[in-house]
Design a binder for this molecule. Sequence first.
Ligand code: PRP
Ligand code: ZN
Length: 299
Amino acid sequence: MDPTPRIKLAIQKSGRLTDNSLDLLARCGLKYSRARDQLLCFGENMPLDVLLVRDDDIPDLVQEDVCELGIVGLNVVEEKRLGLAARGTTPLFEQVMTLDYGRCRMSIAVPEEFAYSGPASLEGLRIATTYPNILARWLAGQGVRAGVVTLSGAVEIAPRLGRADVICDLVSTGSTLAANHLTEVETVMESQAVLIRTPVPVAAGKQDWMDKLLKRMDGVQQVKESKYIMLHAPRSALPQIAGLLPGSEHPTIVPLEGTDEKVAVHAVCRENVFWETLERLKAAGASAILVLPVEKMLP
Ligand code: PRP
Ligand code: ZN
């Protein structure tokens, strides 16, 4: 008999998405051993292999059907999509879900002494970037004609080296820009981690595991911020209290022994519950308020 075919998932080798991606997989129940070369995580309890690669290669690996799944920044996916479209090639990767990490933005940044007064200031300049297609689309949308200098890395030093006048690059904390005396002036796009998959049908044995994995990922995403809240409340205050519970649909109302006026309310809140909410609940008549983290959820 054939061994179960293994699913291949590509993630970033070393960078801002790596730890969060491995953590997400662990939360989906994956136990893995990491190969000595650090480039592969072998799933021990699922037929899943995680390939650790350069993030820019991830859409290609799915495009070429080397991997069925990939986790990568939306900026990388979008750049690849535009590049393929320009060549008349159909992208063979679909975005399945946005993941709750890796938030950053792609921005135009200019040297500190640059007198910037809007996109028109970029007319005729040279802009260094690793994302020429996204930048070109933005420039066209702004009606600005500028030269795009495509670099494979170290974009932030291009102005100092005289290779470009300004840059277009990812900004997360802003410390790279600050260290290079650059000022952020325009947001070109917002980005975060996304899960992509091949549109090509996969073998039945793989498909079952893929469905299971996608459902678990979805579940993990949903519980991230979710809290289980329990409290006691006067019946008369229930409508007001229900209105205060963030993102909860159908609270469970439980009678309390020895009283008709008061009930217990249990609810799953799809958003984090802050102190302010607890204080408002209390003011509305709630007591014995308890907020618990949600470990797993399978809707
Ligand atoms: C980006 C970008 C900057 C840095 C900005 O690189 O090219 O170097 O992050 O982050 P900061 O605002 O927190 O300083 P990325 O991590 O995406 O690496 P890569 O371009 O090599 O994939
Ligand atoms: Zn990269």
